[in-house]
Design a protein around this ligand. Structure first.
Ligand code: ZN
Length: 178
């Protein structure tokens, strides 16, 4: 290890949970055997999914290290930054198929964005005009995400699939494009 890559302690309080992560990583490196992988995903897949902790994308889809790009955010919605990542994924790293995954019980379903903005503005004295991407209908939200992807000239016209993950059964349901 060169001095340049030497690990430095992060600033701020290191919680017991954070220290556990570092200990787990020690165990992980002991068995690490993926050093031969390149950055290009083996499956050619890029997956856009909600960050929900109950949705384990790799487990649910049988993906292993090196198989796919997994881009996650609150709601699994297609934001400008998701499009940025997908352009890199497709044009620099060769993926050509996209899967969008939303899920039941998402925190953004019918979330009151105005109330959240008002509360945080009140608590901090600082206002931001942040859109959180709340939605009412899961399937409609996935269809609208796919529509955004299809409409972007810099994304390949390849297959785009929509799925809804049921957090109570672990089952994925395919969404037909509307
Ligand atoms: Zn969610």
């Amino acid at each position: 290890m060169t001095a340049q890559h030497e690990a430095r302690p992060s600033t701020g309080h290191r919680s017991a949970e954070f220290l556990r992560l570092l200990a787990e990583n020690e165990r992980y490196t002991d068995a690490f055997d993926r050093s031969e992988l390149t950055a290009a995903p083996l499956s050619g897949l890029a997956i856009v999914a909600c960050m929900d902790a109950r949705l384990d994308v790799e487990e649910a889809l049988g993906l292993r290290t090196g198989d796919a790009h997994i881009i996650r955010n609150a709601g699994g919605i297609v934001t400008d930054d998701v499009i940025r990542s997908l352009i890199v994924s497709q044009h620099l790293l060769g993926t050509d198929e996209i899967v969008v995954i939303a899920h039941t019980g998402c925190g953004l379903i019918d979330a009151d964005e105005a109330a959240l903005r008002e509360r945080l503005t009140r608590e901090t004295g600082q206002a931001y005009d942040i859109a959180f991407g709340s939605f009412h209908d899961l399937a409609a939200s996935v269809r609208s995400s796919i529509g955004r992807l299809r409409a972007h000239a810099w994304l390949r016209p390849g297959p785009i699939h929509g799925l809804i993950f049921d957090v109570s059964t672990g089952r994925l349901h395919e969404i037909a494009e509307g």
